[in-house]
Design a binder for this molecule. Sequence first.
Ligand SMILES: [Zn+2]
Length: 275
Amino acid sequence: MLKFAISLLAVLSCAAMAQAQEPKRAVTQIKGDVYRLQNNFHFSIFVVTKDGVIVTDPINSDAATFLKSEIAKLTNAPVTHLIYSHSHGDHASGGAEFADTATVIAQQNAPEQIDGVRPTIRFSDKMQFEHGGKSIELTALGSGHGQDLIAMVIRPENVAFVVDAVSVNRLPFRNFPGTDVAGVIQQIKTVEALDFEILAPGHGSMGTKADATVHREYVEGLMEAVKSGLKSGNSVDQLVENLDLSKYAEWGSYNQWREPNIRGMASWLEKSGAL
Ligand SMILES: [Zn+2]
């Protein structure tokens, strides 16, 4: 009986491993001709028009191959544009899949090549173009999360694609790695000033423009709380112990990222001289 239990356990854990290795990939319609690609915890959007398909972050080569086959189910039109949200490798890898047919667009500060793909159009502040009955509005978000992050708004659907600077009812990523937190607050304010309704972030749930505001208020509130806690003599450990963020207890990643958020904010405040 014991032997049976052990072998059954071995079979079950093999099945669990196989499942863990199989990435979750899906395409869903957001609104009208705007679709969302999921590859595990990463998301991008694409737009199907009669004059060609506009894709954004390919995420990685396997996700890009999957995306190409999903696009072929929706249209015979080629991919005419590849627009990078920013150059971080976890979102921007795999673009070679589309580079043969696409005009490649990135913000001015992006590196010369993004995973081997050379952007053909760069812009500094804003860029807008019409394609197949859609209006595509690109806005540089300045420095904060990276140096080359942009927001993209598609009309008439009024969908905004914004990666990493903002998420919907989910804590910011871990301890703000490599992030200028004050810059991120400015980036979110720039997003809030854009005209759109639906927010499609690069991670987590879909939302609306109001979610960007709520996310900024979280970051600003955390900054103020950690700053005043440190100024009144608390150690970072004491803040981790005592800081009341229970208002956000229902948010995604609250249990995992509450502590790294506090520690990351404290170390950013110290390093940036904002204390
Ligand atoms: Zn990033």
